[in-house]
Design a protein around this ligand. Structure first.
Ligand SMILES: C[S@@+](CC[C@H](N)C(=O)[O-])C[C@H]1O[C@@H](n2cnc3c(N)ncnc32)[C@H](O)[C@@H]1O
Length: 359
């Protein structure tokens, strides 16, 4: 099927909520700045709706995903590209030297090192981004729990199909498929997800605090990490950035993880949003700061704030929490400044009671 996002597997992915979120953008808005893009699920939905999408994430791998799926208009990976990608012999490169018997077996790291070198031989930025996105998918599929915060002994145990079957009733055989097999299994879905919506969509890979005010858009969509949830994005995915760069990297600052500095960061964030007329921010009920604290902070900078509610199930949440997650959207109309959309009609927001349906 065309224009369908491929399987990405990203913690905090809003794929199931993307349509609901975009429905709450003002009708007349033509562009959106997806400031914490992650898997690009919201940007992708907005692109489908014909909006101009400007995407940003501090993680390099997320910017590669956005380059492949949001900025890319038509380039896909063909047979000849795959010949280039899979050519040659295993190499003892960055992954082998740093992550053999840490995340993957030595021979697997050498495969990754070979593909990383070959990515550079692909013909364009977009083909490279697609190849890296597919390699990401392969690495994530081979990692138990789909994140790079698991120790090697646990990884080995969970990749032992007999042990896994005995303990969990699941073999998890996909952890032991090769990277190449995973790339090939996902190739069609990633290629088919590429489309042109007639707009020049753009991707940034920056700390949001370096970008605010310089990127123009009718709406800014905010989905930062929240304390109290699975939020250690450098820990989860930093190894993928290191693979891209072939060097060790330091965790990024301004990561919203630390409870102490989170409030201060949110304050700084909101203070820098004055050039956007509409702010739409995701939030859920198991996070810090609380809904009330965020509301109070937002009120310092914006005059019209609505909170829309929707029950939501996150896959990663433990069983006991499954039904208790409520997803919120803060929808802010910033009336304090002059804006691009001043002359067009008001936000079309459905009152909360009409939104209450169960997934
Ligand atoms: C909750 S996730 C976004 C999920 C996304 N909406 C989706 O559907 O996949 C938060 C994202 O913020 C990014 N991030 C964290 N700190 C950042 C910063 N200072 N500047 C830009 N991005 C940041 C993380 O890398 C992560 O991808």
């Amino acid at each position: 099927m065309k224009n369908k996002p491929p399987k990405i597997n990203f913690i905090g992915n809003k794929e199931k909520l993307a349509s609901w979120i975009c429905d709450l953008f003002p009708i007349a808005a033509e562009s959106v700045f997806d400031a914490f893009a992650g898997s690009s699920s919201v940007g992708y939905e907005a692109k489908k709706r014909g909006m101009r999408v400007i995407s940003n994430d501090i993680l390099k791998i997320n910017a590669q995903l956005a380059t492949a799926l949001i900025e890319n208009k038509r380039e896909t990976l063909e047979e000849s590209d795959l010949t280039i990608l899979f050519a040659g012999k295993p190499v003892k490169g960055f992954m082998y030297k740093n992550y053999a018997n840490v995340y993957f077996f030595p021979n697997e790291c050498m495969e990754l090192d070979r593909y990383r070198k070959n990515v550079e031989k692909l013909g364009s930025t977009y083909k490279k981004a697609l190849a890296l996105s597919l390699l990401r998918r392969a690495m994530i599929r081979k990692m138990p729990y789909s994140r790079f915060t698991i120790d090697w002994n646990t990884i080995k145990k969970l990749r032992d199909e007999v042990h896994s079957y005995k303990t969990y009733g699941r073999k998890r055989a996909y952890h032991n498929l090769s990277f190449r097999e995973h790339v090939l299994a996902n190739l069609t879905a990633y290629n088919q997800a590429v489309f042109d919506n007639g707009k020049d969509n753009r991707v940034y890979n920056r700390d949001i605090f370096d970008l605010l005010g310089t990127v123009q858009a009718d709406v800014i969509y905010l989905d930062p990490p929240y304390s109290g949830t699975m939020n250690n994005y450098f820990g989860f995915y930093g190894a993928l950035d290191e693979y891209i760069e072939s060097k060790k990297l330091k965790p990024f600052k301004n990561n919203f993880v630390n409870r102490k500095s989170a409030l201060e960061l949110f304050d700084r964030l909101f203070a820098n949003l004055t050039s956007y007329k509409y702010w739409v921010m995701s939030y859920n009920n198991s996070s810090f700061p609380s809904k009330e604290e965020l509301y109070t902070l937002l009120s310092k900078y914006a005059s019209s704030i609505e909170i829309i509610e929707k029950p939501h199930r996150y896959k990663v949440t433990g069983k006991e929490n499954k039904d208790r997650n409520t997803e919120y959207l803060f929808v802010v109309k910033n009336l304090k400044k002059t804006h691009v959309l001043d002359d067009i009609r008001d936000m079309q927001v459905v009152p909360p009671q009409e939104m209450s349906y169960q997934e």
